[in-house]
Design a binder for this molecule. Sequence first.
Ligand code: FPP
Length: 246
Amino acid sequence: MAEKNIERPGGAESNAPPRHIAIILDGNGRWARRRGLPRTAGHAVGSENFRKIATYCKNIGVEYLTVYAFSTENWKRPEDEVKTIMRLLKKYLGEAIDTMERDHIRMKVLGNIEGLPEELRELVKRTDEISARYDGFQANICLNYGGRDEIVRAAMRYAADVKDGRAPEEIDEAAFGSYLYSAGIPDPELLIRPGGEQRLSNFLLWQCAYSEFYFTDVLWPDFTTEELDKAIAEYHRRDRRFGSVK
Ligand code: FPP
């Protein structure tokens, strides 16, 4: 399952789009405030935009799209905002099930599923079952996700396996990767953060070791397919060396 996943085709020097794009969905609240709307209205438009961008990624040949929708820290937001985000996620996961069957696409939720409301957990189970039947484009939604939390949980699962007899010296980067939520998913070549901030905010800490970062002030609800093309064009201009020399 574990994949050694740097230096792959579809890298910056080929014309192919990145195989895996990760996006931090940021700026929904500001987008709404600037229009005199409640923050929750920004999340609704942001969710719709996820659908547009995911469809575009699939059509241009990106294999994996991973978005940061709800972090382990986002529970600190006002109750009605959290409720709205959960409702939107339910709506979009529910609707995605039909699209998955129609287009043979996969969808995976990365994060601590146990901490999610029951109805969402049910939907995650169904999307997992459907995904197992297909091998096309895969959308990953990070929900109740934290990069450090992911690594700590992986270490705990690994320690449990060692207790059950696994040799500690067997662990290497690929083996450790197979304990992460992202097991079997190649690392993202390109990480995009709209919304003006230039930080990772606990997103894919392990997986982004060699990713190219692209930051833009454009807020997520305004992030169009043209903006995505710009990010990919910028990615193609990067010189990826993976610690080596040319
Ligand atoms: C960041 O904007 C956005 C979020 C924390 C929530 C994103 C969640 C969704 C759009 C729900 C549905 C998602 C999918 C994938 C269907 P912000 O609130 O931090 O904006 P701000 O920085 O302007 O306040």
